[in-house]
Ligand binder design. Structure first.
Ligand SMILES: Cc1ncc(COP(=O)(O)O)c(C=O)c1O
Length: 368
């Protein structure tokens, strides 16, 4: 069975972990600032804060820009549920706006229409690693928190790396991500004050000059361990190679599946356009409307190919329906895409033969 994802970890990561174990300093040690500094430098941004997950990063970033009870945050319904949940953690309300049919990112016009006097921030998601239209969202004049969990290595049309614009941008390091620490995350920011707020709140609300059990505000335990940061540093050293591997597999998929796009209506991820560059994270296709997705997933499994529906629309999840009364038809572009999307196996070391096998399986399941 070809799996959906497989991390690339080797001798460098093993050695890095062993060094931390031998040092005896497993947490709150030197690897944390070292990883933060290296990550920020890579993205050309002044600050970065390592956190225990992408979700934790989104939560701290929303708090740092002042999102609180009774506020609204405009965001995409086509995302992993964490981007909307993080807004709810602060008793604010996620207000969804429909997506662009090509990039699958928050549509700036729809976002603008969703803004009112309770809106305190916009939370765009760079979905599947394709950069959201930040310049258009910046023009709306509200604080922005970026969900860059899927977008390490992406670049905006103006050449700025995703996460390098200065807004707090949360990255995730779960095992399927471009860079992994097992679990973990990082928030980049151009603001010293936001960095200080996040560093304190990830560590139970302790300021850097305070003693061990001294806390001057509400905080959390959202720290990332030195073991995880050491893995992150080793992964960062080989990030170019990891991203190049993903880009190679993406090219192979495009070549292999283009005939099915032309002849059978399979929709492929959009190509880079207007100068923007995707940081490849997943290979997600939209099935032709006449194909029943659950049947397709089962048939692919029988042919040795793992796949999954990716992503379901957040507003149609039972919790969001019950809490906010959402219903079908509210965000038609998102709903159409979400109903037809499947993620296919995608990882840096995937071979041409594995891509060919997936393409053959896709050909069989799209035969009419
Ligand atoms: C778009 C998006 N947002 C948020 C997250 C949450 O990241 P984490 O699992 O590290 O908390 C993910 C991770 O899968 C994601 O894909």
């Amino acid at each position: 069975m070809i799996p959906l994802a497989r991390p690339v970890l080797g001798a460098a990561e093993e050695e890095a972990v062993l060094e931390v174990l031998r040092s005896g300093q497993l947490s709150l040690g030197p690897r944390v600032p070292a990883f933060e500094t290296a990550f920020a430098a890579r993205l050309g941004v002044s600050h970065a804060s390592a956190v225990s997950s992408g979700t934790a990063g989104l939560h701290l970033a929303l708090r740092a820009v002042g999102v609180g009870e009774g506020n609204e945050v405009v965001t995409s319904p086509f995302s992993f549920v964490a981007s909307a949940n993080a807004i709810l953690y602060e008793r604010a309300r996620p207000v969804f706006a429909d997506i662009d049919a090509v990039t699958l990112n928050l549509d700036p016009q729809a976002a603008e229409a969703a803004i009112n006097n309770r809106t305190s921030a916009i939370l765009p998601v760079h979905i599947f690693g394709y950069p959201a239209d930040l310049p258009a969202l910046e023009a709306l004049g509200l604080p922005i928190v970026e969900d860059a969990c899927e977008a390490l290595g992406a670049r905006h049309a103006d050449g700025v790396p995703v996460g390098g614009r200065g807004h707090p941008a949360a990255f995730g390091f779960y095992a399927n991500k471009q860079l992994t620490t097992g679990e973990g995350g990082m928030v980049t920011t151009g603001s010293q004050a936001i960095k200080e707020s996040m560093d304190s709140e990830r560590n139970q609300g302790r300021a850097p000059d305070m003693g061990w059990l001294d806390h001057d505000r509400l905080g959390f335990n959202y720290r990332l361990s030195d073991i995880a940061c050491a893995i992150g540093l080793a992964q960062l050293d080989r990030l170019d190679e990891l991203l190049a591997g993903r880009a190679r597999v993406a090219r192979a998929y495009r070549e292999a599946l283009t005939p099915l796009a032309l002849e059978r209506g399979l929709e492929l991820p959009c190509e880079d356009h207007g100068g923007a560059e995707r940081g490849w994270f997943v290979w997600v296709v939209q099935l032709p409307r006449e194909i029943v997705r659950d049947d397709a997933i089962l048939a692919l499994r029988e042919l040795g190919v793992q796949s999954k529906p990716y992503l379901p629309a957040i507003h149609l999840m039972s919790f969001y329906r019950e809490r906010f009364g959402h219903r079908e038809g509210e965000f038609p572009v998102c709903e159409d895409v979400a109903a037809r999307s499947i993620a296919l196996p995608f990882f840096p070391e995937m071979t041409e033969a594995e891509v060919a096998l997936v393409a053959e399986a896709m050909e069989k399941i799209t035969e009419l």
